[in-house]
Design a protein. Structure first.
Length: 291
């Protein structure tokens, strides 16, 4: 009978590292027509490496050491790439000022004298960005990499480029989802537009939205729902938690932050796109049997 088929489907899912939380989740996933995905750590591996270091102020090693010291407590993949590079260069990290997280922007000291993050953060604090700095940033972004800026006392000292890699089966997986009747595939990211477009160009995505705050990712889910769509959101970060909670189905990428996985309705223990396709496939198969 139906319950047995349902249990068999869930059992098969579990053996493949797909955890459906709650009895109604598979059914909800079966009805999804729109998939929204975070970029960093979800579409990409999030195993980032430092690709460019451009100093504007003096001593590259000193500035990189300060940047690494400031990032030392951050769990962001960008921070981990910066720390790995400082370690590789065998830099001694200075004492860092106390920093607070600025959502979707980076890190700032309370007095705004130390800033680490993106252009928006610099703009928010009225930091002067001259032509040399703009050229340096554009050169990094042209290669599709993310940029992290360090500003001290209102001056940009350093820009680093960080390279991320698209998961090997992302393009095939997204194409398969479209064949499975997912009408809209949307990529959402807090990262800059150039980096977002560079990644999206490698994938069958219908829409790309960049430079988004966590609340804006949430709003994007709500907009799609208001337009009558059933939305699955796939994410890995704290910044995805509001969208994961609000989507019809929140799907957490294994290896992501605990907050993201706790908030999700489905957890993909193995973070890859084959598993995502299989989750949708199993959800639909389970529903067609139980109906
Ligand atoms: P995403 O994971 O989609 O990139 P986040 O909200 O985590 O979104 O970050 C948005 C942007 O804020 C990043 O692309 C980066 O520019 C900046 N940022 C966030 N955290 C840090 C950090 N620890 N160091 C430097 N930049 C950061
Ligand atoms: Mg992410």
């Amino acid at each position: 009978g139906a319950p047995v088929a349902n249990v068999a489907g869930i059992g098969r899912a579990a053996s493949q590292g797909i955890l459906f939380k709650g009895g109604a989740t598979a059914d909800a996933l079966a009805g999804v027509d729109t998939i929204m995905l975070d970029k960093t750590g979800t579409i990409t591996t999030g195993k980032m490496t430092l690709s460019h270091v451009q100093d504007f102020a003096g001593n590259e090693d000193d500035d990189l050491a300060l940047l690494a010291a400031i990032e030392a407590d951050s769990q962001h993949p960008l921070a981990r790439a910066i720390l790995a590079s400082a370690k590789e260069r065998q830099l001694t990290l200075p004492e860092a000022p106390v920093m607070a997280t600025v959502k979707g922007r980076g890190l700032a000291s309370a007095d705004g004298q130390y800033l680490v993050g993106n252009m928006q953060l610099m703009g928010d604090h009225g930091v002067n960005v001259d032509a040399t700095v703009t050229d340096g940033i554009n050169a990094i972004q042209a290669s599709g990499d993310s940029v992290v800026l360090l500003a001290v006392h209102g001056e940009i000292r350093l820009a680093v480029g960080v390279n991320d890699v698209v998961r090997a089966d992302a393009a095939d997986g997204l194409a398969a989802l479209k064949q499975h009747g997912i009408e809209h595939v949307v990529m959402l990211t807090g990262d800059n537009r150039a980096a977002a477009e560079h990644i999206a160009a490698q994938l069958p995505v219908d829409e790309v939205r960049a430079e988004m705050l966590p609340a804006e990712k949430l709003a994007a889910v709500q907009e799609a729902q208001a337009a009558g769509h059933k939305v699955a959101f796939v994410g890995d970060g704290i910044n995805d938690a509001p969208a994961l909670a609000t989507a019809d189905v929140g799907i957490g990428m294994g290896g992501g932050t605990a907050v993201a996985l706790d908030t999700s309705d489905v957890v993909l223990v193995r973070p890859n796109f084959g598993t995502l396709v299989e989750a949708v496939h199993l959800a639909r198969a389970t529903r067609s049997v139980t109906r």
